[in-house]
Design a protein around this ligand. Structure first.
Ligand code: ADQ
Length: 496
Protein backbone atom coordinates (compact mmCIF):
# COMPACT_ATOMS: atom_id res chain seq x y z
CA UNK A 1 0.00 0.00 0.00
CA UNK A 2 1.27 3.46 -0.92
CA UNK A 3 0.27 6.61 0.98
CA UNK A 4 1.04 9.81 -0.97
CA UNK A 5 -0.52 13.21 -1.27
CA UNK A 6 -0.41 13.22 -5.06
CA UNK A 7 -2.46 10.72 -7.05
CA UNK A 8 -0.91 9.10 -10.11
CA UNK A 9 -3.96 9.83 -12.28
CA UNK A 10 -6.39 12.73 -11.94
CA UNK A 11 -9.72 12.87 -13.70
CA UNK A 12 -10.57 16.31 -15.01
CA UNK A 13 -13.69 17.62 -16.71
CA UNK A 14 -12.66 19.77 -19.70
CA UNK A 15 -14.41 23.02 -20.64
CA UNK A 16 -16.09 21.06 -23.48
CA UNK A 17 -17.56 18.69 -20.88
CA UNK A 18 -15.50 15.58 -21.70
CA UNK A 19 -13.49 13.53 -19.23
CA UNK A 20 -9.67 13.76 -19.32
CA UNK A 21 -7.05 11.73 -17.47
CA UNK A 22 -4.02 13.76 -16.33
CA UNK A 23 -0.59 12.50 -15.21
CA UNK A 24 0.73 15.14 -12.79
CA UNK A 25 4.26 16.60 -13.09
CA UNK A 26 5.69 15.02 -9.96
CA UNK A 27 8.93 13.23 -9.29
CA UNK A 28 7.21 11.05 -6.71
CA UNK A 29 4.63 9.84 -9.24
CA UNK A 30 7.30 9.28 -11.91
CA UNK A 31 9.22 7.02 -9.52
CA UNK A 32 6.42 5.17 -7.71
CA UNK A 33 3.98 4.51 -10.52
CA UNK A 34 6.05 1.85 -12.33
CA UNK A 35 6.63 0.11 -8.99
CA UNK A 36 2.88 -0.07 -8.35
CA UNK A 37 2.24 -1.32 -11.88
CA UNK A 38 4.71 -4.12 -11.18
CA UNK A 39 3.54 -4.99 -7.65
CA UNK A 40 -0.16 -4.07 -7.69
CA UNK A 41 -1.83 -3.06 -4.40
CA UNK A 42 -3.53 0.19 -3.35
CA UNK A 43 -2.35 3.79 -3.72
CA UNK A 44 -4.06 6.13 -1.25
CA UNK A 45 -4.00 9.81 -2.25
CA UNK A 46 -5.85 13.09 -2.07
CA UNK A 47 -8.51 13.16 -4.80
CA UNK A 48 -7.82 16.56 -6.33
CA UNK A 49 -9.10 16.30 -9.92
CA UNK A 50 -12.32 18.14 -10.81
CA UNK A 51 -13.96 14.86 -11.96
CA UNK A 52 -12.36 12.57 -9.36
CA UNK A 53 -15.57 12.07 -7.42
CA UNK A 54 -17.50 11.05 -10.55
CA UNK A 55 -15.04 8.30 -11.41
CA UNK A 56 -14.75 6.35 -8.14
CA UNK A 57 -16.89 3.46 -6.89
CA UNK A 58 -18.82 3.63 -3.62
CA UNK A 59 -15.62 2.86 -1.67
CA UNK A 60 -13.88 5.85 -3.32
CA UNK A 61 -11.73 3.50 -5.39
CA UNK A 62 -10.88 3.43 -9.08
CA UNK A 63 -8.69 0.96 -10.98
CA UNK A 64 -5.68 2.44 -12.73
CA UNK A 65 -3.92 2.96 -15.09
CA UNK A 66 -7.09 3.56 -17.13
CA UNK A 67 -7.66 0.56 -19.35
CA UNK A 68 -4.92 -1.51 -17.71
CA UNK A 69 -6.30 -1.89 -14.17
CA UNK A 70 -2.96 -2.88 -12.64
CA UNK A 71 -3.69 -1.50 -9.16
CA UNK A 72 -6.30 0.34 -7.14
CA UNK A 73 -6.38 4.08 -6.39
CA UNK A 74 -8.22 5.05 -3.21
CA UNK A 75 -9.09 8.73 -3.09
CA UNK A 76 -9.31 10.68 0.15
CA UNK A 77 -11.39 13.87 0.01
CA UNK A 78 -10.20 17.05 1.68
CA UNK A 79 -12.16 20.24 2.22
CA UNK A 80 -10.73 23.46 0.76
CA UNK A 81 -9.79 24.54 4.26
CA UNK A 82 -7.98 21.28 4.99
CA UNK A 83 -6.11 21.47 1.70
CA UNK A 84 -5.12 25.07 2.40
CA UNK A 85 -3.81 24.28 5.88
CA UNK A 86 -2.23 20.87 5.37
CA UNK A 87 -1.01 21.07 1.77
CA UNK A 88 -0.41 24.71 0.83
CA UNK A 89 0.23 25.82 4.40
CA UNK A 90 2.25 23.48 6.60
CA UNK A 91 3.63 21.20 3.84
CA UNK A 92 4.50 23.77 1.21
CA UNK A 93 4.98 27.05 3.07
CA UNK A 94 6.50 25.35 6.13
CA UNK A 95 8.31 22.07 5.46
CA UNK A 96 9.28 22.59 1.80
CA UNK A 97 11.29 25.80 2.39
CA UNK A 98 12.55 24.41 5.73
CA UNK A 99 14.13 21.43 3.97
CA UNK A 100 15.53 23.25 0.91
CA UNK A 101 18.37 25.73 1.05
CA UNK A 102 16.86 28.12 -1.47
CA UNK A 103 16.49 31.28 0.62
CA UNK A 104 12.74 31.26 1.04
CA UNK A 105 11.72 31.62 4.66
CA UNK A 106 9.47 28.89 6.07
CA UNK A 107 6.14 30.04 7.50
CA UNK A 108 4.77 28.10 10.47
CA UNK A 109 1.15 28.72 11.43
CA UNK A 110 -0.53 26.89 14.29
CA UNK A 111 -3.75 26.57 12.25
CA UNK A 112 -1.88 24.88 9.37
CA UNK A 113 -0.23 22.49 11.80
CA UNK A 114 -3.63 21.51 13.20
CA UNK A 115 -4.83 20.66 9.68
CA UNK A 116 -1.62 18.75 9.00
CA UNK A 117 -2.24 16.64 12.10
CA UNK A 118 -5.87 15.99 11.18
CA UNK A 119 -5.11 15.06 7.57
CA UNK A 120 -2.36 12.67 8.70
CA UNK A 121 -4.98 11.02 10.95
CA UNK A 122 -7.41 10.84 8.02
CA UNK A 123 -4.86 9.02 5.86
CA UNK A 124 -3.95 6.63 8.69
CA UNK A 125 -7.68 5.82 8.97
CA UNK A 126 -7.78 5.20 5.22
CA UNK A 127 -4.88 2.73 5.56
CA UNK A 128 -6.77 0.91 8.29
CA UNK A 129 -9.89 0.80 6.06
CA UNK A 130 -8.00 -0.62 3.13
CA UNK A 131 -5.97 -3.40 4.79
CA UNK A 132 -7.12 -6.96 4.76
CA UNK A 133 -4.66 -8.51 7.26
CA UNK A 134 -2.98 -7.21 10.40
CA UNK A 135 0.55 -6.85 9.04
CA UNK A 136 0.44 -4.93 5.76
CA UNK A 137 3.43 -3.32 4.10
CA UNK A 138 2.76 0.40 3.84
CA UNK A 139 4.96 2.77 1.85
CA UNK A 140 4.48 6.28 3.25
CA UNK A 141 5.66 8.99 0.88
CA UNK A 142 7.17 12.35 1.58
CA UNK A 143 6.94 15.40 3.80
CA UNK A 144 3.14 15.61 3.69
CA UNK A 145 2.98 12.59 5.99
CA UNK A 146 5.62 12.88 8.70
CA UNK A 147 3.07 11.97 11.39
CA UNK A 148 1.45 9.09 9.51
CA UNK A 149 4.01 6.34 10.28
CA UNK A 150 3.35 6.54 14.02
CA UNK A 151 -0.40 6.92 13.52
CA UNK A 152 -0.49 3.86 11.27
CA UNK A 153 1.54 1.87 13.79
CA UNK A 154 -0.89 2.84 16.55
CA UNK A 155 -3.75 1.40 14.50
CA UNK A 156 -1.83 -1.58 13.09
CA UNK A 157 1.03 -2.46 15.48
CA UNK A 158 2.29 -5.26 13.23
CA UNK A 159 2.42 -3.22 10.03
CA UNK A 160 5.73 -2.77 8.23
CA UNK A 161 5.95 0.94 7.52
CA UNK A 162 8.52 2.08 4.98
CA UNK A 163 8.75 5.84 4.76
CA UNK A 164 10.60 7.70 2.03
CA UNK A 165 11.44 11.40 2.34
CA UNK A 166 11.75 12.69 -1.24
CA UNK A 167 13.33 16.06 -0.39
CA UNK A 168 16.53 16.93 1.51
CA UNK A 169 16.64 16.80 5.32
CA UNK A 170 18.06 20.09 6.67
CA UNK A 171 20.84 20.49 9.23
CA UNK A 172 19.81 19.96 12.87
CA UNK A 173 20.23 23.67 13.53
CA UNK A 174 17.89 24.65 10.76
CA UNK A 175 15.36 21.91 11.55
CA UNK A 176 15.19 23.21 15.13
CA UNK A 177 13.42 26.35 13.83
CA UNK A 178 10.26 24.28 13.29
CA UNK A 179 8.01 24.67 16.34
CA UNK A 180 6.88 21.04 15.99
CA UNK A 181 10.31 19.48 15.39
CA UNK A 182 9.87 16.90 18.11
CA UNK A 183 6.43 15.76 16.92
CA UNK A 184 7.68 15.37 13.34
CA UNK A 185 10.64 13.24 14.42
CA UNK A 186 8.52 11.07 16.71
CA UNK A 187 5.98 10.61 13.92
CA UNK A 188 8.63 9.51 11.41
CA UNK A 189 10.17 7.09 13.90
CA UNK A 190 6.98 5.04 13.75
CA UNK A 191 8.56 3.69 10.53
CA UNK A 192 10.31 0.35 10.27
CA UNK A 193 12.55 1.81 7.56
CA UNK A 194 13.05 5.51 6.91
CA UNK A 195 14.76 6.36 3.62
CA UNK A 196 16.47 9.45 2.24
CA UNK A 197 18.24 10.00 -1.08
CA UNK A 198 21.71 10.55 0.37
CA UNK A 199 23.80 9.66 3.40
CA UNK A 200 24.16 13.39 4.16
CA UNK A 201 20.37 13.65 4.60
CA UNK A 202 20.42 10.59 6.89
CA UNK A 203 23.19 12.16 8.97
CA UNK A 204 21.23 15.42 9.29
CA UNK A 205 18.17 13.46 10.39
CA UNK A 206 20.12 11.53 13.02
CA UNK A 207 21.62 14.75 14.38
CA UNK A 208 18.11 16.21 14.62
CA UNK A 209 17.01 13.13 16.59
CA UNK A 210 19.98 13.52 18.93
CA UNK A 211 19.09 17.13 19.55
CA UNK A 212 15.37 16.70 20.20
CA UNK A 213 14.64 13.17 21.46
CA UNK A 214 15.82 10.70 24.09
CA UNK A 215 16.58 7.98 21.58
CA UNK A 216 19.38 5.47 21.12
CA UNK A 217 21.39 5.83 17.91
CA UNK A 218 22.96 2.65 16.57
CA UNK A 219 25.51 3.94 14.06
CA UNK A 220 26.72 0.45 13.22
CA UNK A 221 23.27 -0.61 11.97
CA UNK A 222 22.18 2.87 10.81
CA UNK A 223 19.24 2.64 13.17
CA UNK A 224 17.41 4.73 15.78
CA UNK A 225 15.68 3.08 18.74
CA UNK A 226 12.88 5.06 20.34
CA UNK A 227 10.69 3.60 23.10
CA UNK A 228 12.10 0.12 22.42
CA UNK A 229 11.21 0.28 18.71
CA UNK A 230 13.85 0.32 16.03
CA UNK A 231 13.76 2.28 12.76
CA UNK A 232 16.45 1.78 10.15
CA UNK A 233 17.56 5.14 8.71
CA UNK A 234 19.30 4.58 5.40
CA UNK A 235 19.98 6.12 2.03
CA UNK A 236 18.15 4.80 -1.01
CA UNK A 237 18.87 7.02 -4.03
CA UNK A 238 15.67 7.06 -6.07
CA UNK A 239 15.58 6.50 -9.81
CA UNK A 240 13.35 5.97 -12.84
CA UNK A 241 11.94 2.90 -14.55
CA UNK A 242 14.28 1.14 -16.97
CA UNK A 243 13.41 0.19 -19.66
CA UNK A 244 11.54 3.47 -19.76
CA UNK A 245 7.96 3.52 -20.96
CA UNK A 246 7.94 7.19 -22.00
CA UNK A 247 11.14 6.66 -23.99
CA UNK A 248 9.57 3.70 -25.77
CA UNK A 249 6.51 5.79 -26.67
CA UNK A 250 8.57 8.62 -28.19
CA UNK A 251 9.82 8.91 -31.78
CA UNK A 252 13.55 8.33 -32.51
CA UNK A 253 15.98 11.15 -31.68
CA UNK A 254 16.53 12.45 -35.23
CA UNK A 255 12.80 12.68 -35.82
CA UNK A 256 12.27 14.45 -32.46
CA UNK A 257 14.98 16.92 -33.33
CA UNK A 258 13.57 17.64 -36.77
CA UNK A 259 9.98 18.11 -35.59
CA UNK A 260 10.83 20.09 -32.44
CA UNK A 261 13.03 22.53 -34.40
CA UNK A 262 10.33 22.91 -37.05
CA UNK A 263 7.57 23.41 -34.45
CA UNK A 264 9.61 26.10 -32.71
CA UNK A 265 10.44 27.81 -36.02
CA UNK A 266 14.19 27.20 -35.56
CA UNK A 267 16.73 26.62 -38.31
CA UNK A 268 17.89 23.02 -38.86
CA UNK A 269 21.40 23.76 -37.53
CA UNK A 270 20.11 25.48 -34.37
CA UNK A 271 21.70 24.56 -31.03
CA UNK A 272 18.99 23.63 -28.56
CA UNK A 273 19.09 23.75 -24.76
CA UNK A 274 16.22 22.30 -22.71
CA UNK A 275 15.00 22.65 -19.11
CA UNK A 276 12.06 20.69 -17.64
CA UNK A 277 10.63 21.55 -14.24
CA UNK A 278 7.71 22.30 -12.09
CA UNK A 279 7.75 26.07 -11.73
CA UNK A 280 9.40 26.00 -8.31
CA UNK A 281 11.95 28.35 -6.73
CA UNK A 282 14.16 25.42 -5.68
CA UNK A 283 14.78 24.47 -9.33
CA UNK A 284 16.94 27.54 -10.07
CA UNK A 285 15.03 28.52 -13.23
CA UNK A 286 15.99 32.19 -12.85
CA UNK A 287 19.67 31.26 -12.41
CA UNK A 288 19.37 29.02 -15.48
CA UNK A 289 18.05 31.82 -17.67
CA UNK A 290 20.71 34.17 -16.29
CA UNK A 291 23.34 31.61 -17.35
CA UNK A 292 21.84 31.63 -20.87
CA UNK A 293 22.03 35.43 -20.82
CA UNK A 294 25.69 35.29 -19.78
CA UNK A 295 26.42 32.60 -22.41
CA UNK A 296 25.16 34.84 -25.20
CA UNK A 297 27.00 37.81 -23.73
CA UNK A 298 30.32 35.97 -23.56
CA UNK A 299 30.06 34.00 -26.79
CA UNK A 300 28.60 36.27 -29.49
CA UNK A 301 28.91 33.56 -32.16
CA UNK A 302 26.07 31.69 -30.40
CA UNK A 303 23.63 34.58 -30.83
CA UNK A 304 21.09 33.70 -33.49
CA UNK A 305 21.97 30.02 -33.12
CA UNK A 306 21.46 28.94 -29.50
CA UNK A 307 17.90 28.69 -28.17
CA UNK A 308 16.85 27.58 -24.71
CA UNK A 309 13.40 25.99 -24.30
CA UNK A 310 12.02 25.84 -20.78
CA UNK A 311 9.10 23.49 -20.11
CA UNK A 312 7.53 24.78 -16.91
CA UNK A 313 4.57 23.10 -15.26
CA UNK A 314 2.59 25.53 -13.06
CA UNK A 315 2.82 24.37 -9.45
CA UNK A 316 1.32 25.43 -6.07
CA UNK A 317 -0.15 28.52 -7.70
CA UNK A 318 -2.18 29.50 -4.63
CA UNK A 319 1.07 30.37 -2.80
CA UNK A 320 2.27 33.96 -3.25
CA UNK A 321 5.96 32.99 -3.55
CA UNK A 322 5.13 30.81 -6.57
CA UNK A 323 3.15 33.60 -8.23
CA UNK A 324 6.11 35.96 -7.73
CA UNK A 325 8.46 33.37 -9.28
CA UNK A 326 6.15 32.90 -12.20
CA UNK A 327 6.22 36.61 -12.96
CA UNK A 328 9.94 36.98 -12.49
CA UNK A 329 10.70 34.06 -14.84
CA UNK A 330 8.44 35.64 -17.49
CA UNK A 331 10.08 39.05 -17.03
CA UNK A 332 13.57 37.61 -17.20
CA UNK A 333 12.81 35.64 -20.39
CA UNK A 334 11.34 38.79 -21.95
CA UNK A 335 14.44 40.84 -21.00
CA UNK A 336 16.85 38.26 -22.49
CA UNK A 337 14.74 38.02 -25.62
CA UNK A 338 14.70 41.76 -25.98
CA UNK A 339 18.44 41.91 -25.56
CA UNK A 340 19.44 39.21 -28.04
CA UNK A 341 16.57 38.72 -30.49
CA UNK A 342 16.98 39.57 -34.13
CA UNK A 343 14.51 38.89 -36.93
CA UNK A 344 12.53 35.84 -35.88
CA UNK A 345 15.26 34.64 -33.49
CA UNK A 346 14.34 34.48 -29.76
CA UNK A 347 16.91 32.92 -27.43
CA UNK A 348 14.41 31.85 -24.75
CA UNK A 349 11.14 30.02 -25.29
CA UNK A 350 8.93 29.41 -22.26
CA UNK A 351 6.35 26.66 -22.60
CA UNK A 352 4.24 26.97 -19.48
CA UNK A 353 2.26 23.73 -19.31
CA UNK A 354 2.08 20.28 -17.81
CA UNK A 355 3.21 18.14 -20.75
CA UNK A 356 2.48 14.43 -21.20
CA UNK A 357 5.54 12.23 -20.41
CA UNK A 358 6.21 11.43 -24.08
CA UNK A 359 6.05 15.17 -24.93
CA UNK A 360 8.73 15.78 -22.27
CA UNK A 361 10.87 13.00 -23.74
CA UNK A 362 10.46 14.44 -27.23
CA UNK A 363 12.14 17.67 -26.09
CA UNK A 364 14.82 15.79 -24.14
CA UNK A 365 15.61 13.78 -27.27
CA UNK A 366 15.78 16.86 -29.47
CA UNK A 367 18.21 18.78 -27.26
CA UNK A 368 21.95 19.36 -27.58
CA UNK A 369 22.12 20.16 -23.90
CA UNK A 370 19.84 19.70 -20.89
CA UNK A 371 20.53 22.09 -18.01
CA UNK A 372 19.33 21.06 -14.51
CA UNK A 373 20.18 24.01 -12.27
CA UNK A 374 18.42 23.26 -8.97
CA UNK A 375 19.54 25.33 -5.99
CA UNK A 376 18.78 22.28 -3.84
CA UNK A 377 17.07 19.05 -4.90
CA UNK A 378 16.66 15.71 -3.12
CA UNK A 379 17.48 13.79 -6.30
CA UNK A 380 16.11 15.34 -9.55
CA UNK A 381 14.65 12.81 -11.92
CA UNK A 382 14.71 15.05 -15.00
CA UNK A 383 18.49 14.48 -15.10
CA UNK A 384 17.92 10.72 -15.16
CA UNK A 385 15.09 11.04 -17.70
CA UNK A 386 17.43 12.95 -20.03
CA UNK A 387 19.86 10.04 -19.83
CA UNK A 388 17.02 7.55 -20.47
CA UNK A 389 15.83 9.57 -23.47
CA UNK A 390 19.25 9.57 -25.19
CA UNK A 391 19.49 6.10 -26.68
CA UNK A 392 21.34 7.84 -29.54
CA UNK A 393 24.15 8.54 -27.01
CA UNK A 394 24.12 12.22 -27.88
CA UNK A 395 23.41 15.31 -25.83
CA UNK A 396 25.19 16.76 -22.81
CA UNK A 397 23.84 17.05 -19.28
CA UNK A 398 24.83 20.15 -17.30
CA UNK A 399 23.91 19.40 -13.71
CA UNK A 400 23.81 21.39 -10.47
CA UNK A 401 26.07 20.08 -7.74
CA UNK A 402 23.22 20.67 -5.28
CA UNK A 403 21.11 17.79 -6.61
CA UNK A 404 21.23 14.24 -5.24
CA UNK A 405 21.69 13.16 -8.88
CA UNK A 406 25.10 14.90 -9.07
CA UNK A 407 26.49 12.21 -6.75
CA UNK A 408 25.56 9.51 -9.23
CA UNK A 409 25.73 11.10 -12.69
CA UNK A 410 29.36 12.08 -12.39
CA UNK A 411 29.90 12.18 -16.18
CA UNK A 412 27.62 15.21 -16.44
CA UNK A 413 29.21 18.68 -16.48
CA UNK A 414 28.72 19.49 -12.79
CA UNK A 415 28.27 23.18 -11.96
CA UNK A 416 27.37 25.58 -9.20
CA UNK A 417 24.20 27.23 -10.58
CA UNK A 418 24.87 30.43 -8.62
CA UNK A 419 28.19 30.82 -10.45
CA UNK A 420 27.13 32.27 -13.80
CA UNK A 421 30.68 32.23 -15.14
CA UNK A 422 31.04 28.52 -14.48
CA UNK A 423 27.52 27.67 -15.67
CA UNK A 424 27.77 29.67 -18.90
CA UNK A 425 31.21 28.17 -19.63
CA UNK A 426 29.75 24.68 -19.12
CA UNK A 427 26.91 25.45 -21.53
CA UNK A 428 29.47 26.63 -24.10
CA UNK A 429 31.55 23.48 -23.58
CA UNK A 430 28.41 21.36 -23.92
CA UNK A 431 27.32 22.77 -27.28
CA UNK A 432 30.85 22.42 -28.64
CA UNK A 433 31.52 18.92 -27.28
CA UNK A 434 32.68 16.39 -29.92
CA UNK A 435 30.18 13.59 -30.63
CA UNK A 436 32.61 10.95 -29.38
CA UNK A 437 32.96 12.55 -25.96
CA UNK A 438 29.21 13.03 -25.72
CA UNK A 439 28.77 9.33 -26.42
CA UNK A 440 31.39 8.24 -23.87
CA UNK A 441 29.74 10.28 -21.13
CA UNK A 442 26.19 9.34 -22.10
CA UNK A 443 27.01 5.63 -22.32
CA UNK A 444 28.48 5.63 -18.82
CA UNK A 445 25.46 7.40 -17.36
CA UNK A 446 23.00 5.17 -19.21
CA UNK A 447 24.58 2.02 -17.90
CA UNK A 448 24.46 3.46 -14.36
CA UNK A 449 20.77 4.44 -14.50
CA UNK A 450 19.87 1.15 -16.22
CA UNK A 451 21.39 -0.73 -13.30
CA UNK A 452 20.30 1.53 -10.46
CA UNK A 453 16.72 1.92 -11.65
CA UNK A 454 13.61 2.45 -9.55
CA UNK A 455 12.94 -1.28 -9.16
CA UNK A 456 16.33 -1.61 -7.50
CA UNK A 457 15.41 1.34 -5.23
CA UNK A 458 12.14 -0.31 -4.17
CA UNK A 459 13.79 -3.73 -3.92
CA UNK A 460 16.48 -2.53 -1.52
CA UNK A 461 13.96 -0.91 0.80
CA UNK A 462 11.68 -3.93 0.74
CA UNK A 463 14.60 -6.26 1.46
CA UNK A 464 15.63 -4.16 4.46
CA UNK A 465 12.02 -4.04 5.62
CA UNK A 466 11.73 -7.83 5.32
CA UNK A 467 14.73 -8.15 7.64
CA UNK A 468 13.19 -5.79 10.17
CA UNK A 469 9.93 -7.73 9.95
CA UNK A 470 11.67 -11.04 10.51
CA UNK A 471 13.67 -9.59 13.37
CA UNK A 472 10.44 -8.33 14.97
CA UNK A 473 8.73 -11.70 14.65
CA UNK A 474 11.63 -13.51 16.28
CA UNK A 475 11.74 -10.96 19.09
CA UNK A 476 7.96 -11.33 19.65
CA UNK A 477 8.34 -15.06 19.86
CA UNK A 478 11.08 -14.82 22.45
CA UNK A 479 9.06 -12.38 24.51
CA UNK A 480 6.17 -14.87 24.49
CA UNK A 481 8.53 -17.31 26.17
CA UNK A 482 8.75 -19.79 23.28
CA UNK A 483 11.91 -21.59 22.28
CA UNK A 484 13.03 -19.81 19.11
CA UNK A 485 14.75 -22.77 17.45
CA UNK A 486 12.29 -25.57 18.21
CA UNK A 487 9.04 -23.68 17.74
CA UNK A 488 10.23 -21.02 15.38
CA UNK A 489 11.36 -22.62 12.21
CA UNK A 490 8.22 -24.41 11.08
CA UNK A 491 5.85 -21.54 11.63
CA UNK A 492 8.29 -19.00 10.14
CA UNK A 493 8.63 -21.04 6.97
CA UNK A 494 4.89 -21.55 6.74
CA UNK A 495 4.39 -17.79 6.78
CA UNK A 496 7.20 -17.15 4.32
P1 ADQ B 1 10.07 16.98 -8.00
O1 ADQ B 1 10.42 18.21 -7.24
O2 ADQ B 1 8.72 16.93 -8.60
O3 ADQ B 1 10.29 15.67 -7.15
P2 ADQ B 1 11.88 15.82 -10.15
O4 ADQ B 1 12.59 14.71 -9.49
O5 ADQ B 1 12.71 16.62 -11.08
O6 ADQ B 1 11.24 16.89 -9.15
O7 ADQ B 1 10.67 15.20 -10.95
C1 ADQ B 1 9.82 15.99 -11.75
C2 ADQ B 1 8.98 15.09 -12.65
O8 ADQ B 1 7.95 15.88 -13.23
C3 ADQ B 1 9.77 14.47 -13.78
O9 ADQ B 1 9.28 13.20 -14.08
C4 ADQ B 1 9.51 15.45 -14.95
O10 ADQ B 1 9.57 14.86 -16.24
C5 ADQ B 1 8.10 15.90 -14.64
N1 ADQ B 1 7.92 17.28 -15.13
C6 ADQ B 1 8.61 18.37 -14.76
N2 ADQ B 1 8.19 19.44 -15.44
C7 ADQ B 1 7.24 19.01 -16.27
C8 ADQ B 1 6.42 19.65 -17.24
N3 ADQ B 1 6.54 20.95 -17.52
N4 ADQ B 1 5.51 18.90 -17.88
C9 ADQ B 1 5.39 17.58 -17.59
N5 ADQ B 1 6.15 16.92 -16.71
C10 ADQ B 1 7.06 17.62 -16.05
C11 ADQ B 1 10.59 15.39 -5.78
C12 ADQ B 1 11.92 15.92 -5.27
C13 ADQ B 1 13.05 15.46 -6.17
C14 ADQ B 1 13.05 13.93 -6.30
C15 ADQ B 1 11.66 13.42 -6.61
C16 ADQ B 1 11.59 11.90 -6.49
O11 ADQ B 1 11.88 17.35 -5.20
O12 ADQ B 1 14.31 15.88 -5.67
O13 ADQ B 1 13.92 13.55 -7.35
O14 ADQ B 1 10.67 13.95 -5.74
O15 ADQ B 1 12.01 11.49 -5.23
Amino acid sequence: MVVANREPYLHERTSGGSLKVVRPASGLVTALEPVMRACSGTWIAHGSGSADRETVDRHDRVSVPPGEDAYSLRRVWLSEEEERGYYYGFSNEGLWPLCHTAHTRPVFRAGDWRHYQLVNERFADAVQDEVSGTDPIVLVQDYHFALAPRLIRRRLPRATVITFWHIPWPTAERFATCPWAKELLTGLLGSSVLGFHTQAHCNNFIESVERHLEARIDRERHAVVLGGRESLVRSYPISIEWPNRAAAETAPADECRRTVLADLGLRPDALLGVGVDRLDYTKGIEERLQAVDRLLERFPHLRGRFTFVQLAAPSRTLIERYRVLHQSVEDLAARINQRFSSGTYRPVILLRANHAPSAVFRFLRAADVCYVSSLHDGMNLVAKEFVAARDDERGVLVLSRFTGAARELTEALIVNPYDLEEASAALATAVAMPAREQADRMRAMRSYVAEFNVYRWAGRMLTDAARVRQHGRLADRLSMGLQPLEQGRGSEEAHG
